[in-house]
Design a protein around this ligand. Structure first.
Ligand code: SF4
Length: 367
């Protein structure tokens, strides 16, 4: 028997073609798309406006959901972290961050990650596999359903960030496919302008993305102002050193449309990359390449067994002032969900080490 088709990663026209292969009229495909993407239903049996006989055939030929939520952790600041499993048993982590005016969902593009950034727990998993477009879309559906209930319109806008596990630009095709499905006004309707993809610096894919018209915003994780230090913290730098990376960023910047932005992220590691000299080196690097981007300073999130501590507040503030004095727009990102290992660099399928948490287990694929 053929492998069941994952329907969550299909666009509306693809779903129409799929139902036609089952001998159904095209409007059934549109109905199915609205049920999966707009009403966020995760089982064919819940789509009661489809004939029972069609639901039976769909159950045989396809899947409305493939991810299972194994555990959920709720932070004291309202952040929720979901630990899910793929149909083949691999971990996927997603974080829902409620804010006053919008919600942000941080999703994973891969299970594990092949890159070896030394300040990141996910690196320790290695790459398990890249996620499919459907598995990316499902993470958003699951988080929204958990926060608001299936089919309930979120009261605030939803922003997405591809900053969970994995290097999104090493799974670019599936990522762009998922974003196009989610942008459909008759589905989730989350447009690329509300999405930011963070890369460790996969130069050829940055150049590819510069040519994509319906692309998300791009953020580059820098972590160091010199090749010497970056080689140590982010070994991808040995393949694409800072000058190559910044030249690609310049090409990307020249292709920006109004309202688009390019961001650099800089994780602040106590005594490693947070000195005044390093702040000046970072400003000079960006100015030398004539890039008018903004910099987000991210205090490191402690995560045993990583050998780093976060820079203290005064150091972060001084680093920020030095960058600003050299004309660089700089912001400090507030950490969220540290207590549940939901913060940047802390995602590593952690389960057993958590204590004193609100934990809801096994909410299942159909929630
Ligand atoms: S920081 Fe991102 S790219 Fe680097 S190892 Fe972690 S998940 Fe992978």
């Amino acid at each position: 028997m053929d492998k069941p088709v994952e329907l969550t990663g299909l666009s509306q026209p693809e779903l129409v073609s799929f139902v036609e292969t089952l001998g159904e009229r095209s409007y059934r495909g549109r109905q199915l798309f609205a049920a999966l993407q707009h009403r966020r239903l995760r089982s064919f049996d819940e789509i009661t406006d489809l004939p029972k006989e069609l639901r039976t055939r769909l159950n045989e030929a396809a899947r409305a959901a493939t991810l299972n939520v194994e555990s959920q952790y709720i932070s004291t600041d309202g952040t929720r972290r979901y630990l899910m499993k793929t149909h083949d048993g691999l971990p996927v982590e997603t974080v829902f961050i409620p804010e006053e005016r919008r919600d942000t969902i941080c999703f994973s593009s891969q299970s594990g990650c092949p890159l070896q950034c030394t300040f990141c727990l996910t690196a320790q998993l290695g790459l398990l596999r890249s996620l499919t477009a459907g598995e990316i879309v499902e993470q958003i559906v699951i988080a929204l359903n958990d926060a608001y209930g299936a089919g309930v319109k979120p009261p605030r806008g939803t922003n997405l960030v591809a900053m969970g596990a994995g290097e999104p630009l090493l799974n670019l095709d599936a990522l762009l496919k998922a974003l196009r499905v989610m942008a459909d006004p008759q589905g989730l309707h989350i447009v690329p302008n509300r999405v930011t993809v963070s890369t460790a610096g996969v130069v050829p894919r940055i150049l590819d993305l510069a040519k994509v018209s319906d692309r998300p915003h791009l953020a580059i994780s820098l972590a160091a102002p010199t090749d010497e230090l970056r080689n140590e913290l982010m070994p991808i730098n040995k393949r694409w050193p800072l000058d190559d990376l910044l030249s690609a960023c310049k090409v990307f910047e020249m292709s920006l449309k109004p309202g688009e932005r390019l961001t650099f992220e800089y994780v602040m590691l106590d005594g490693v990359n947070d000195s005044d000299v390093q702040a000046r080196q970072l400003a000079n690097l960006l100015n030398r390449h004539n890039i008018a981007a903004k910099v987000n300073l991210i205090p490191h999130n402690p995560a045993d067994p990583l050998p780093y501590r976060p820079s203290d507040e005064a150091t972060v503030d001084r680093f920020k002032s030095i960058l600003e004095s050299k004309g660089i727009h700089t912001y400090v990102r507030k950490p969220r969900g540290r207590d549940i290992f939901a913060a940047c660099g802390q995602l590593a399928a952690r389960q057993s080490t958590l204590s004193n948490l609100s934990q809801i287990t096994s909410i299942g694929a159909n929630n």
